[in-house]
Design a protein around this ligand. Structure first.
Ligand code: SF4
Ligand code: FES
Length: 392
């Protein structure tokens, strides 16, 4: 049987000191149960080499991760992937998390769900379900997801989730190929009875970064989509409907970078399918080695590891962040974005208008403006890599 690490010796004095002085507990645990997925979206945030990762954690190993994270103070827990429903122990893990006192959220495409599983997850204590939609219509959704049946299945499962009494968030990743459908997308979400809708412009990591020039919308597309969202907000309020609409602008059109993950190693940790622990879902793309729960207890990884301490505080910051009044607000932006754009993970995020490399963002927008590829010409996530991922 796999050696479990929660029975490891008590944490060292160094760990206790670090915890008491400056480092808070992780509040959020994202469990990426698997990279397996029946869909092949060209904006997937999974790493490009997902198919070559080590074998997935077993049920017992995941249980141990949950116990360790909860003991450290984590309270929010997301199950994601890939498609977490591919794991037939999902219900068991949800029950364990709930028993430990986590608030649990399932982030899913809806594929792999059926009425029986919805009820089993409810019995296990699942608090919340987030289903992703690709588009308003079947044709565009099929082109993006690589599945003709997925859209109808998602709609049926969204209805079943509401019928089972769950609070439901619908998530629609926006990009230049579907953003002009936003009016129909919101109307569909209203019809499905969503409690909240995340209209999130594509974050350009993983496969989305590979397809960046073919995904980034134009400024006029963005402006029109924001205006439509605002009109819907007013209409819903006038009708007394309580559906929240969140519109997330793409970083490449922002003036300042986002405070990614609330700061590196500040409140959030991701455990990937093979047990690697990351401060964000994309950090695997950085030229760093991250520890795994198979080798090291979670509290030691969080408080003591080189990788989690690498970008805490502001000692590591270059100019202009080092002298900037906003450095404790956005922490110099996103480390993964800085690396993907500049090749230097310590650079100021080029999204920032004060960055000496901000021209890279302008160049990316110009490159996108000249890109006329259709959805079919983008690289779907599993075209280059095998879908095979070993669980045992
Ligand atoms: Fe943030 Fe650095 Fe830009 Fe200042 S210079 S706003 S700290 S990214
Ligand atoms: Fe990794 Fe922002 S996504 S630090």
């Amino acid at each position: 049987m796999t050696k479990l690490l929660s029975s490891s010796p008590e944490p060292s004095t160094a760990y206790d000191k670090a915890r008491d002085d400056t480092i808070g507990a992780p509040l959020w645990l994202l469990a990426e149960l698997t990279y397996r997925c029946p869909l092949q979206c060209p904006y997937c945030s999974n790493p490009l080499d997902f198919a070559s990762q080590q074998k997935e954690l077993s049920t017992d190993e995941w249980r141990d991760v949950l116990h360790q994270a909860r003991a450290m103070g984590a309270v929010q827990m997301g199950f994601s992937g890939g498609e977490p429903l591919v794991r037939d122990d999902l219900e068991e893990l949800v029950a364990e998390a709930r028993e430990l006192g986590f608030y649990t959220n399932l982030i899913t495409s809806g594929l792999g769900l059926d009425e029986a599983r919805i009820l089993a997850l409810r019995d296990a204590g699942l608090d919340h379900i987030q289903i992703s939609l690709q588009a308003a219509d079947e044709e565009m959704a099929a082109a993006l997801a690589g599945s003709k049946k997925a859209h109808a299945k998602k709609l049926a499962m969204a209805r079943a989730v509401k019928a089972a009494g769950y609070p439901m968030v619908l998530n629609v990743v926006l990009h230049r190929h579907n953003i002009d459908q936003i009016d129909k997308v919101i109307a569909l979400c209203v019809e499905l009875g969503a409690d909240a809708v995340e209209l999130a412009n594509c974050q350009l990591y993983g496969w989305a970064h590979l397809n960046r020039a073919g995904l980034l919308p134009s400024r006029s597309q963005l402006d029109a989509a924001e205006a439509t969202t605002q009109r819907w907000r007013q209409q819903l309020a006038a009708e007394g409907k309580d559906m929240r609409l969140l519109f997330v602008v793409p970083d490449y059109y922002a003036e300042r970078p986002k405070a990614c993950m609330g700061g590196w190693g500040a409140i959030f940790m991701t455990v990937t399918p093979d047990g690697t622990v990351l401060p964000c879902h994309s950090a695997r793309e950085l030229p760093m080695t991250f520890p795994t729960v198979r080798e090291q207890p979670l509290n030691s990884i969080w408080y003591e590891s080189f990788s989690f301490n690498r970008f805490r505080g502001d000692e590591w910051m270059p100019s202009p962040c080092r002298e900037c009044d906003e450095r404790h607000k956005d922490f110099g932006g996103c480390r993964c974005q800085a690396y993907l754009l500049t090749g230097d993970e310590t650079a100021t995020d080029p999204v920032c208008g004060l960055s000496p490399q901000h021209g890279l963002i302008e160049a990316a927008r110009a490159e996108a403006a000249a890109d006329n590829r259709s959805v079919a010409e983008l690289t779907p996530r599993n075209k280059r890599e095998s879908q095979v991922f070993c669980r045992e």
